[in-house]
Design a protein around this ligand. Structure first.
Ligand code: L34
Length: 279
């Protein structure tokens, strides 16, 4: 039976560290949070981030914009926040409404305030191993592996998903930790044969009960990044938890796994930004 990786408890520990260090800054660190439209899941995540800021002694500046916000209006707001010295980090919650250009928005955020680590400058720094920020979700997964002393060096790591915000940077961080990494996606042939080789399996595709017990090696570490709703509207991940738990050595629950860690790593990035801004 797998040990459960407690993301909520570890997130609390990380936030406590951030709170201590943030208190030593010469001025309060600040995060600007932009939420466009009425996506209910995004509202929940953003509310969580604002609560985390309060717990860490970080100011949050909330910008809730209507669905019909134009690209020009959004870019103008980002420009103002780029120039505001009280703002150390800018977070524009994704996904944006369809008429807005996410790439242009990501590119508009000043790299030193890009606490999501989505800007090409910061992605590049991460890839060459000289990171300023680490992307929050993959960094949260790495923090979990570290806390539970799960070895990565030389291990077979399989990442399901290749999105810019999770899959790709996840594969990159595991590679940098000396894992042997395979990235799988919707066009992968014979997927189960690959996942069955994984010592560490990270799933970030967004399909309820996609990862079944027969896809998992005995004793594997299974990390579930997804946030789905099942047929009863209950929050769940990609992994068939009940079936996989007995087979895995470690497993993350949804909720209470990667989600809270994503938010905790955001707090760490805001602290880093504020430290850099006062240096
Ligand atoms: N810009 N957009 C930007 N940055 C991000 O880092 C995100 N992400 C993803 C979506 N869009 C983004 C998040 O914040 C996913 N994500 C996220 C953050 C927190 C949680 C889930 C996803 C989270 O707190 N999950 C809780 C349950 C929350 C609930 O009850 O719905 C958990 O325990 O997993």
């Amino acid at each position: 039976m797998a040990k459960r990786i407690d993301g909520k408890a570890l997130a609390a520990k990380v936030k406590e560290q951030v709170r201590t260090e943030a208190a030593e800054l010469r001025r309060e660190a600040g995060l600007a949070v932009i939420l466009v439209g009425e996506n209910p899941a995004s509202k929940v995540y953003v509310a969580g981030k604002e609560k985390d800021c309060a717990e860490c002694g970080i100011r949050s500046f909330s910008h809730k914009l209507p669905e019909e916000t134009t690209q020009e209006e959004l870019l103008a707001l980002i420009q103002t926040l780029n120039d505001d010295p009280a703002v150390d980090g800018i977070l524009c919650q994704l996904p944006l409404p369809k008429h807005l250009d996410e790439e242009a928005v990501i590119n508009a955020i000043r790299p030193d305030k890009d606490v999501d680590c989505f800007h090409p400058f910061n992605v590049g720094r991460m890839v060459i191993g000289e990171p300023v920020f680490l992307p929050c979700t993959p960094a949260g997964v790495m923090e979990m592996l570290k806390e539970y002393e799960i070895p990565i060096q030389g291990k077979r790591c399989v990442v399901l998903g290749r999105s810019n915000i999770v899959g790709k940077p996840m594969s990159m961080l595991l590679t940098q930790a000396d894992g042997t990494v395979t990235t799988c996606h919707s066009r992968t042939e014979d997927l189960a044969a690959i996942t069955r080789e994984a010592d560490i399996l990270v799933s970030a595709i967004g399909k309820t009960r996609f990862v079944t017990a027969d896809m998992v090696k005995e004793g594997a570490v299974v990390i579930d990044v997804a946030m789905n709703r099942d047929e009863n509207g209950k929050l769940c991940g990609d992994v068939d938890f009940a079936a996989v738990e007995p087979k895995a050595s470690y497993i993350t629950p949804v909720p209470g796994g990667v989600g809270p860690m994503t938010r905790a790593m955001l707090m760490r990035n805001i602290l880093t930004a504020a430290q850099n801004h006062q240096a």
